[in-house]
Design a protein around this ligand. Sequence first.
Ligand SMILES: Cc1cc2nc3c(=O)[nH]c(=O)nc-3n(C[C@H](O)[C@H](O)[C@H](O)COP(=O)(O)OP(=O)(O)OC[C@H]3O[C@@H](n4cnc5c(N)ncnc54)[C@H](O)[C@@H]3O)c2cc1C
Length: 401
Amino acid sequence: MTSNGEILVIGSGFAGFWAAVAAKRFAGAQADVTLISPEPVLQIRPRLYEASPETLGVDLLPLLDKVAVDFTQGKAAGLDPEAKTVSLADGGELSYDRLIVATGSRMRRPPVPGAETAYSVDTQAEAIALDIRLAEIARKGTAPTIAVVGAGFTGIELVLELRDRLLAHGGAEAAERARIVLIDRADVVGPELGPGPRPVIESALSEARVELQLGARISELARDRVSFADGSSLAVDAVALATGMAAAPFTAQIPGERDRLGRILVDAALRAPDAPEIFVAGDAAAADTGDGHKALQSCQHAGQLGRVAGENAARDLLGEASVPYKQLRYLTCLDLGRSGAVVTKGWDRRIERIGAEGKALKRFINTKLIYPPVGGSVEALFAGSNAALIESFDLLAVEAA
Ligand SMILES: Cc1cc2nc3c(=O)[nH]c(=O)nc-3n(C[C@H](O)[C@H](O)[C@H](O)COP(=O)(O)OP(=O)(O)OC[C@H]3O[C@@H](n4cnc5c(N)ncnc54)[C@H](O)[C@@H]3O)c2cc1C
């Protein structure tokens, strides 16, 4: 059988990886599928607040090889939707018949002087840099001060790991005596999480002796200081940012409307309406989940958006009708360090599990569910790329153990 054309996927995150596998599953030999990324690695971003960040990447080459998806190393720099080409930062150029943009997101640093000096856990490299600093702090054995700016999902998960991270680096004294400060301009922790899980989160922060500085506006950052708009400042041994994400810069090249996070407003098939051969998935896409909600910049949405975008790019190339993206189940599972985890269901975030029960589910998600079937069969990879199959899986009905 001869190929009907080339499907190009940009980005090897949860969306891009599953999009490439789904496209190949649907099209088989009728399409060539190529994944472009700076490295053939799936960074497990949801775990980057944890210890040992250097272990949190999956080598994708053996998996892509199994399902006959090609890999091109590079960073996409330019897009010409008329000519249907993507140019690479190193000067190369690739043509496509259908394109899937899955370039993900990047943390938005606050617009204050010195913001670039702060640590973060946005990428594996940044998480490793923070870990090296935590090891230095642990070795000093004094009473360090560590600040985290941003009391959303990531900031809460990070701040609740910090004592154990120091301990893991042999810093028992530093872990015990550390002053850990969580800073946000909002007046509450987890503003976007709503009031449901807040008491559980507040109690975990209090048990972990995390100081809160809420309603606080930072005006300047330095390696050793956080300065506030009211003129006060905090001397720190490290400051890490967890100040929210926006679509990665490449998304700006796609013609069309975008939301305040820079995401392309896609249709139900996940197509960019102003560029019919381009599909957008993951953190780069603002898609309706099928019940009036917008998909979040989250791993659970990214993987599913990727699966649907991949299948639809292949369907479109082969002249078949697209399937609509739909994701009606929504769960959040927030790690609360030694206090376990809180699991909520639905957009109104009703609490389903807390404590050790919640933690068991978080462990299952973080160590199994979000990983591709490394070492698994071609059939397992193709099954994992099937959006309908994945949507029918009720995580809360599965015993985490
Ligand atoms: C610390 C942290 C904790 C998180 N916790 C959770 C959680 O508990 N639950 C949850 O659901 N989500 C969580 N998230 C969010 C989740 O990680 C993201 O929503 C998810 O990774 C998005 O997947 P993606 O494939 O769209 O993008 P990404 O994972 O960002 O992958 C994008 C890919 O595109 C590549 N790329 C970017 N630009 C280019 C270019 N120009 N050319 C070529 N390649 C490019 C990148 O190198 C990368 O391979 C967390 C994120 C962080 C940082």
